[in-house]
Design a binder for this molecule. Structure first.
Ligand code: CAA
Length: 263
C-alpha cells in the first residue's frame, strides 16, 4: 500500500515529509490548534498501513501555536462539521456501530508503536485529550519547556478511548494516571520529565534541533538490533523472567544469524 495522496493528507489536516528513513508527520491545522477529527484518525491509520519498508523513525509534530488541542470540539455538539462523521451522532448509534467506529479511530494511534520503527512525538505547548493520547502513542516524547498535557475527556463526560490509557499507566503507574485523568489537570514539562512522560525537555526554540539530534542518534544504531530490542522491551512487562530470558536468547540468535549471514 502507498501513503495517502497529498490531497487526502491536506483534507485531513496533515502534512507528511519522507526523507530517507525518516517520516515526519505534521498536524497541520494551526488555525484550529491542530484539533483532530475522524478523517484525521483514518488518514493516520492509512499512513501506518502504507508506511514504506525503509522507514526507521516516525516523528509526529504540530504546526503553529501548539501540538494539538484534541478532538475538534464541534464534533461533540449537534452542529458537527460538514464531511466529517460526528461524535454527537455516534452517541446515538447502535452498540456495534459505536464499538466498531471507535476501533477504527484507535487504529490511527496504535500503529505508532509498531517495532518496525521508533516513533517520536515532538510536543510543544498544549497536548489536550486526543493530542495527549497521540503523544502517548509514540515510543518517545521530546517536549518543549512550555508543554501542557491534559487528559480532558473525563471533564467532558467521556473516557480517554484512543488507546492512551494503557500507555499512560505503563509510564506513570495506576494511581498517578487516575489522578491525572480524573482531575483533567495540566501536567507541565518538569512533572512530565519526573513522571517519565517526557523522554527529554528542551527550550521551545530548541525542540526541532533536539528532535533531529535524537533521530540522528537512533539512525546511527544498527536497524535490526534496534527493532529486536524494541520488541524485547515492549513485551517485557507481560513476560515473566524465564519468558523474557528466552525472548532475549531467541532475539540474539536471530541477530547472530543475520550478522553472520550478512558477513
Ligand atoms: N476544536 C476546534 N477548534 C478549536 C479547538 C478544538 N479542540 N481548540 C481551539 N480551537 C480553535 C478556537 O475555536 C479558535 O478558533 P477561532 O480563531 O475561529 O476563534 C482557535 O482554535 C484558537 O483557539 P484559542 O483562541 O482558544 O487558542 P489559545 O492558544 O488561546 O488556546 C487551547 C489553545 C488551550 C488549546 C484552547 O483552544 C482550548 O482549550 N481548546 C479546547 C481544548 C479541548 O477541550 N479539547 C477537547 C479535548 S477532549 C478530546 O480530545 C478527546 C475526546 O475524544 C473527547
Amino acid at each position: 500500500m502507498a501513503l495517502p495522496s497529498d490531497t487526502d493528507l491536506h483534507a485531513a489536516g496533515l502534512a507528511v515529509d519522507l526523507t530517507g528513513p525518516t517520516l515526519t508527520l505534521t498536524l497541520d491545522k494551526p488555525d484550529r490548534r491542530n484539533s483532530q477529527t475522524p478523517r484525521l484518525w483514518h488518514t493516520l491509520a492509512a499512513i501506518g498501513e502504507g508506511l514504506p519498508e525503509e522507514v526507521r523513525v516516525v516523528v509526529v509534530r504540530g504546526a503553529g501555536a501548539c501540538f494539538s488541542a484534541g478532538i475538534d470540539t464541534r464534533l461533540l455538539g449537534p452542529e458537527g462539521i460538514e464531511g466529517e462523521s460526528s461524535v454527537f451522532e455516534l452517541m446515538h448509534g447502535s452498540d456495534d456501530e459505536v464499538l466498531e467506529t471507535i476501533d477504527g479511530y484507535q487504529r490511527g494511534f496504535v500503529w505508532l508503536s509498531d517495532p518496525r520503527f521508533v516513533s517520536i512525538a515532538a510536543v510543544h505547548s498544549h497536548a489536550i485529550g486526543a493530542g495527549f493520547q497521540l503523544a502517548l502513542a509514540c515510543d518517545l516524547r521530546v517536549v518543549a519547556d512550555d508543554v501542557a498535557f491534559c487528559m480532558k475527556e473525563p471533564a467532558l463526560g467521556l473516557v480517554p478511548d484512543l488507546a492512551g490509557t494503557k500507555a499512560l499507566v505503563d509510564l506513570v503507574g495506576y494511581s498517578r494516571a487516575l489522578e491525572i485523568c480524573a482531575t483533567a489537570r495540566y501536567v507541565g514539562a518538569d512533572e512530565a520529565r519526573e513522571l517519565g512522560i517526557a523522554t527529554a525537555v528542551v527550550p521551545r526554540a530548541e525542540l526541532d534541533e533536539a528532535t533531529s539530534d535524537l533521530v540522528e542518534a537512533l539512525l546511527a544504531s544498527n536497524a535490526g538490533a534496534v527493532r529486536e530490542t524494541q520488541s524485547l522491551l515492549q513485551g517485557a512487562g507481560r513476560r515473566d523472567l524465564e519468558e523474557q530470558r528466552l525472548a532475549e536468547r531467541q532475539a540474539q540468535l536471530r541477530r547472530f544469524r543475520e550478522l553472520v549471514g550478512g558477513a
